[in-house]
Design a protein around this ligand. Structure first.
Ligand SMILES: [Zn+2]
Length: 173
């Protein structure tokens, strides 16, 4: 395989196993009742990443995201038990709340500290990668949009072929 520039640190790599795969979401059709959802297509992008950056991203999950979730879970369950008394059906809203809290704190960590600590771009911060930017310019999303928000952001069917060929063109470099 040809050498490619790691998007995260700029080093050259041909270690395709370390690439970061991200699935872009394109809304194809909005349901008649907006809040009930939409139909979508996904497109997998392989973002060039070297082994070092791959390892740093894994370490971040192991040493930051996972402990953050455990801490959020323990704090939430302790507070709930303290104020309301614990019952098993509560485990689901507790898990949901702990996940949401973890997500927010994790995003904050990535925005403020990640680059300072690891010296590279966080795994999911890929909007500057040209094929991602190009797809986003054509209404593709990084993640699934909320129901109802997908209106007016549908991808144009005539674009499918253009998108595919422009991405494949870039891969040849
Ligand atoms: Zn790298």
């Amino acid at each position: 395989m040809d050498l490619q520039e790691c998007f995260y640190c700029g080093a050259y790599t041909h270690d395709e196993k370390s690439f970061y795969t991200h699935e872009m979401v394109g809304v194809v059709k909005q349901n008649l009742v907006e809040i009930t959802g939409y139909s979508y297509r996904t497109k997998k992008l392989n973002i060039p990443r070297c082994k070092k950056c791959h390892n740093k991203h894994e370490l971040k999950f192991l040493y930051i995201s996972l402990p953050l979730f455990v801490i959020c879970f323990i704090i939430t369950i302790t507070l709930v038990a303290e104020y309301f008394g614990f019952a098993w059906p509560m485990i689901f809203p507790i898990l949901a709340w702990a996940s949401m809290l973890t997500y927010v704190l994790d995003e904050l960590f990535e925005a403020v500290l990640f680059k300072k600590i690891y010296g590279i771009v966080p795994e999911g911060k890929i909007t500057a990668y040209p094929p991602v930017r190009e797809l986003m310019g054509r209404n593709w999303h990084l993640t699934k949009p909320a129901n109802g928000l997908a209106r007016n952001e549908m991808i144009d069917k005539s674009d499918y072929g253009v998108i595919r060929s422009s991405i494949e063109d870039r891969k040849k470099f």
